[in-house]
Design a protein around this ligand. Structure first.
Ligand SMILES: [Zn+2]
Length: 139
C-alpha cells in the first residue's frame, strides 16, 4: 500500500503529486500524500526551495567556525566563546530550517523529522546559550 510522504500513513485515498528535486535530500519524482497534508507538504517544499542555499551556507560557515575555534581555542577565551556561540547558532539554524536528509525523511516521515530536527536544534541552542552565559560570567 502507498504511504503519505508527509506523515507515513498508509491509505488508498492518497493523492499522487510530482515533486521536483530542490536540494539533494528531497526526493524527486512522483510521491503520494494525504489530501489533508498536501498544503503542508507544498508549504514545506517552498520553504526548502527558498532557504536551502542560505541553510547550507550558514551550516557550512558555522561548522568551519566550530572546527577552527576548537583547534585554536585551547588557551584563548575568545575562541572558546566563538566555539560555544557557533554551537548555539547551529542549533538555532536547524530550529528555524528543520531540513533533514532524505534517509531521515524515509525513516520517520517528513512531519516527524521536522519535529525531531526542531527538538535537536532547540536543545543545541539552549545548551550553547547556557554555556555561553556561564563562560561569560564564570569563565
Ligand atoms: Zn499524510
Amino acid at each position: 500500500m502507498r504511504k503519505c510522504i508527509w506523515c507515513n500513513k498508509q491509505s488508498d485515498k492518497l493523492k499522487e503529486i510530482t515533486v521536483r528535486q530542490i536540494w539533494i535530500p528531497l526526493q524527486h519524482g512522483k510521491a503520494f500524500v494525504c489530501p489533508e497534508h498536501e498544503e503542508k507538504l507544498r508549504g514545506f517544499y517552498d520553504r526548502v526551495r527558498r532557504y536551502a542555499l542560505l541553510f547550507l551556507s550558514l551550516v557550512t560557515i558555522l561548522t568551519l567556525s566550530l572546527v577552527v575555534s576548537a583547534l585554536l581555542g585551547n588557551n584563548n577565551y575568545l575562541f572558546g566563546y566563538l566555539f560555544i556561540g557557533s554551537f548555539a547558532l547551529i542549533g538555532l539554524v536547524i530550529f528555524i530550517f528543520p531540513f533533514c536528509s532524505q534517509s531521515t525523511f524515509d525513516l520517520m516521515s517528513i512531519a516527524t523529522s521536522i519535529k525531531a530536527a526542531r527538538i535537536m536544534g532547540g536543545i543545541f541552542f539552549a545548551l550553547g546559550t547556557i554555556g555561553l552565559v556561564l563562560a561569560l560570567f564564570y569563565g
